[in-house]
Design a protein around this ligand. Structure first.
Ligand code: AHR
Length: 499
């Protein structure tokens, strides 16, 4: 099978925002407790932060981290998580049927984020709470001092304000599972009022209104339209969430998950632009794709049904296969291709819970298969995203009909001129790819790195075998007079580099 690709520096989409390489830490299962925070662990520092997880977070190249939820935030009282740890209350977390000890809270998270060198993205509770509590949290975090809340932060050890720039106005309030679930009008009004008040405290913040928790939600698109009618002028982003479930074994459809994400983005952009037109708004809204991943979601209910009220149980700890890594790489390609309208993206989540980083409590940390395409994309997708126009064969899927076997994006470094081409071959056979680089005739190939699922699609990394699914180097692509031919292995994610 053959395919062609043309790359020209004249066809720019926009800058590859570093915020596209975000992640997510929720008080869920062992993401916080036993994940990033484990006092007494041999690699933990005096704050209880696991050094091995911090190292892997930096290696992953994560830019921004959303916190503290997720569904968890919709019942959370942020004040429970600040002040002397011994005085913090134990609470029922209704979202995950867990006992929350509050041993980790805002100040610990900010300390972790500074050490991990990531930007915090904070979510406020608009499920069970409202305008006042969101304002209180913002005042505690960002106001310099001289008020009860800002001085409380200073007493807790943070003399300087945190200056948190990115704020989510609640989480998935369109979902009936959400504590404090709302109609679009109820949520839209509350989000608009909260946004207005928060911007009075700190006008420099950027705000994310909740979009749909999935493209398949019955209220999808109508929800966005109504919420944005209320909030457009007050917010900077509308969120999108999506997860792809491999559980039914339909590999062909799973490999085409990015086709769905692509349509999701296009439809949210169209809806936002429709509201902008109705309201005569000239400012274009961006998407915060602040939850996305592969998730064996059909296993979750069994996890929840099995337990009573316990602390930090092992929940939603999916083992990712070689195929899942190809899908994750392809979802990143899709986010980059829409870099003009997607401004933030967070893979859900960072540690243990549907995560690229796994740990054993008391034991080591290791990289899941999906760690690798994320880390390589975050490392090499720097500069300007270029539009690519792939031409190639299609294959049939049950979920999405006929879809292209090839998916691509290119990013050109603004200073060095180095070009990174990301390409997925969704097909069960190898693909010969002819790349037309005549717009960049001086470039020479320097590397071809691939994650391939052809030989062992179900292979996973484990504590005993942490490097079973890793990227491999393939023959360096030869570019000659602006023409180059490479072989993309069956079921593979590829990074081609040219300098
Ligand atoms: O990431 C896991 C959960 O998925 C989040 O808590 C929620 O927002 C979404 O439904």
């Amino acid at each position: 099978r053959n395919a062609q690709l043309t790359i020209d520096p004249a066809f720019a989409v926009g800058p590859a925002d570093r915020r596209l390489f975000g992640s997510f830490v929720e008080h869920l299962g062992r993401c916080v407790y036993g994940g990033i925070h484990e006092p007494g662990h041999p690699r933990a520092d005096a704050r209880g932060l696991r050094g091995d997880v911090l190292e892997l977070t930096r290696e992953l190249g994560v830019s921004v981290v959303r916190y503290p939820g997720g569904n968890f935030v919709s019942g959370y009282r942020w004040e429970d998580g600040v002040g002397p740890v011994a005085d913090r209350p134990r609470r029922l977390d209704l979202a995950w049927k867990t006992v929350e000890t509050n041993a980790f809270g805002l100040d610990e998270f900010m300390s972790w984020a500074a050490t991990a060198e990531v930007e915090p993205m904070m979510a406020v509770n608009l499920g069970t709470r409202g305008v006042q509590e969101a304002c209180d949290l913002l005042e505690y975090a960002n106001h310099p001092g001289g008020t009860e809340l800002s001085d409380r932060r200073r007493r807790h050890g943070a003399e300087q304000p945190y200056g948190i720039r990115l704020w989510c106005l609640g989480n998935e309030l369109d979902g009936p599972w959400q504590v404090g679930h709302k109609t679009a009008d109820e949520y839209g009004r509350l989000a608009a009022e909260t946004a207005r008040a928060m911007k009075l405290i700190d006008p420099s913040i950027s705000l994310v209104a909740c979009g749909s928790s999935g493209r398949g939600m019955p209220t999808f698109a109508a929800w966005e339209a109504t919420v944005l009618e209320h909030t457009y002028e007050h917010v900077d982003y509308i969120s999108a969430h999506t997860y792809y479930d491999p559980s039914d074994g339909d590999r062909a459809s799973l490999l085409a998950s990015a086709v769905d994400m692509d349509a999701f983005i296009t439809e949210v952009v169209a809806t936002a632009d429709h509201v902008a037109a109705r309201q005569r708004q000239t400012r274009k809204l961006k998407i915060s794709f602040d939850e996305w991943n592969v998730w064996y979601q059909s296993r979750v209910q069994a996890d929840l049904d099995r337990r009573g009220w316990v602390e930090a149980p092992a929940l939603i700890e999916d083992d990712y296969t070689a195929v899942d890594a190809v899908v994750v790489g392809d979802l990143l390609i899709t986010l980059l291709r829409h870099a003009d309208r997607v401004g933030v993206a967070c893979q859900a989540q960072l540690a243990n819970v549907i995560a690229p980083i796994r740990t054993r409590t008391g034991g080591p940390a290791w990289r899941q298969s999906i760690f690798h395409p994320f880390a390589l994309t975050a490392r090499y997708a720097r500069g300007t995203v270029l539009r690519t126009e792939p031409v190639g064969p299609t294959y049939a899927t049950k979920r999405y009909g006929d879809v292209p076997v090839l998916d691509t994006v290119a990013v050109r470094h603004d200073e060095t001129g180095e070009l990174a081409v990301f390409a997925v071959n969704r097909d069960e056979t190898d693909l010969r790819l002819d790349v037309d680089l005549r717009g960049l005739p001086a470039l020479a190939g320097t590397a071809h790195t691939a994650m391939t699922a052809r030989d062992d699609p179900a292979a996973v990394n484990t504590e005993a075998e942490p490097d079973r699914v890793v990227p491999r180097d393939l023959p360096v692509p030869k570019a000659d007079g602006g023409r180059c031919t490479v072989r993309l292995p069956a079921l593979s994610w590829n990074l081609l580099r040219f300098t």
